[in-house]
Design a protein around this ligand. Structure first.
Ligand code: ADP
Length: 501
């Protein structure tokens, strides 16, 4: 509907977006209680891609009730860890079989290049489900050698159990719609929680299709509920719901703070993966042949719409000109276009709102004295495209250096010595990621130890793996996604103490 379905579009995807999409509650696909729908747009054209049921408080309430019932009484509750693991593995297999289709859906709804969606988003999601499937059978407590000074001579068997936290509300963003759904669902299901997932209003389609695969894999009704809708309505209702035990959120720091307030009503547990303004530090002793394309990809991958984008580029002065010219040259080479065109390397931003926001930052930066070596403005007349941009003449007082732009815009600054760089790199309210490019391993590891960031990359950038925990220091969040760290977010410890006669 809305756009002419080009012959390029995968037939199953064309079918999927042709009908208004319903929400998944208690194993059934249903319309919103209000009957309302909302449009999701193709960011390459600005045209409506599909209509989607618009969840609100009543739908969230139904979904939470279904998740509660599935957690307290359903077959999920009685399943063995091994059976849970097998279901997760099956979901991974199904997703892998539909790589092509999910690549198209993601590219159409989010704008990212089809090749990137197929090479990164889908396989990373598949791998995350497999990694978490393995954990389902390995969530263990401890036995505790206790002493109890006031019961001399008594013997006890004390141990801990790690139990699922219960009903989890999960609110995800639009930059990696499928992958963020996987990061959230994987650990929740491995630990035995039940879920109400709210995808971003800009990109609800892949989570809805994933809901179909969840059913096909054989998860019991109510274990995974998917309720699309707007943040201020459906999202806020989920964050505040008194029968939700935990809320897991990925998105802006601003909304993260709203989530914390909303969660206070029943003191539900909260985990947050928020914004960033990550420093990317290139030393003069780096291998510039890898540092230059690496620094370009650090900011331009996913059109800069990554919470960990390397958006503050610091370069040691003696190689500054060379690195900036090199990164600018990489930017000039990027083929910007519709995600479905085979040679596209950078697609549109996700929405008109993001286009306005990024262009607003560009104007602010240029009016504060920054200069664009390359880019600096909107691209094309249709869709939400922005030119890959390198800004120089920037400093830490400028808005473009302090605030998260969430677009393909890097601010570059020189530095004179290694001692100067640490405080400058750490001078941010965020602390999500950082990178260091150098051949000096001592310098690299010393910086890695002192950078206030949840991830530090050395001589690489944007390397993700299901086994590597990801999350933020400072205002970049609470808790870690992925790795075995994430299991702590979805389990709680019970201490059991038995007196031995
Ligand atoms: P962005 O600004 O990049 O769109 P947001 O943080 O606004 O990122 O959105 C991330 C997710 O949070 C989306 O699913 C969105 O619907 C949701 N959201 C936005 N506002 C709220 C809110 N007040 N309460 C709960 N969820 C929200």
């Amino acid at each position: 509907m809305g756009i002419a379905i080009s012959p390029q579009i995968h037939p199953q995807v064309a079918d999927f977006i042709d009908k208004p999409r319903k929400m998944l509650i208690n194993g059934k696909w249903q319309n919103a209680v209000s009957g309302k729908t909302f449009p999701t747009y193709n960011p390459a054209t600005g045209e409506v891609l599909a209509q989607v049921a618009e969840g609100d408080r009543d739908d969230i309430d139904q979904a939470v009730r279904a998740a509660r019932k599935a957690f307290d009484q359903g077959p999920w509750h009685r399943m063995t860890p091994s059976e849970r693991g097998r279901l997760l593995w099956k979901l991974a297999d199904l997703l892998e079989q539909h790589t092509e289709e999910f690549g198209y859906l993601e590219s159409l709804d989010n704008g990212k290049p089809l090749a990137v969606a197929k090479a990164a988003d889908v396989p990373l999601a598949v791998d995350l489900f497999r990694y978490m499937a393995g954990w389902a059978t390995k969530i263990e407590g401890n036995t505790l050698p206790i002493s109890v000074p006031y019961t001399p001579g008594a013997k006890y068997l004390a141990y801990t159990l790690r139990e699922p936290v219960g009903v989890v509300g999960q609110i995800i963003p639009w930059n990696f719609p499928l992958l963020m759904a996987a990061w959230k669902l994987g650990p929740a299901l491995a630990t035995g929680c039940t879920v109400v997932l709210k995808p971003a209003e800009q990109t609800p389609l892949s989570a809805l299709r994933l809901g179909e695969l969840v059913q096909e894999a054989g998860f019991p009704d109510g274990v995974v509920n998917v309720v699309p809708g707007y943040g201020e309505t459906a999202g806020a209702a989920l964050a505040a719901h008194p029968d939700v035990d935990k809320i897991a959120f990925t998105g802006s720091t601003e909304v993260g703070k709203l989530i914390v307030h909303a969660a206070a009503g029943n003191l539900k547990k909260v985990s947050l993966e928020l914004g960033g303004k990550s420093p990317n530090v290139v030393f003069k002793d780096a291998d510039l042949d890898t540092a230059i394309p690496g620094s370009a990809s650090a900011i331009f991958f996913n059109h800069g719409q990554c919470c960990c984008a390397g958006s503050r580029l610091y370069v040691e002065r003696s190689v500054y000109e060379r690195v900036i010219e090199g990164v600018a040259e990489e930017a000039r080479k990027i083929k910007v276009g519709s995600g479905l065109e085979p040679d596209t390397q950078m697609g549109p931003l996700v929405s008109e709102e993001q286009l306005r926001r990024v262009c607003g930052y560009l104007e602010a930066g240029l009016s504060e004295g920054a200069q664009a070596v390359v880019g600096g403005q909107k691209a094309g007349s249709k869709g939400y495209f922005v030119e890959p941009t390198v800004l120089v003449n920037t400093n830490e007082k400028m808005k473009v250096v302090k605030e998260e732009i969430f677009g393909p815009v890097v601010t570059a600054m020189p530095f004179d010595n290694p001692e100067e760089i640490l405080p400058r790199a750490n001078d941010s309210e965020y602390g999500l990621a950082a990178a260091v490019w150098t051949r000096d391993i001592s310098k690299a590891h010393q910086l890695a130890a002192n950078l206030r960031a949840g991830t530090v990359w050395i001589n690489c950038y944007n390397i993700f793996d299901a086994a590597m925990p990801f999350g933020g220091y400072k205002q970049s969040g609470w808790g870690r996604e992925m790795g075995h760290d994430v299991l702590n977010l979805y389990t709680q410890t019970k201490a059991v103490c038995a007196k031995l006669a």
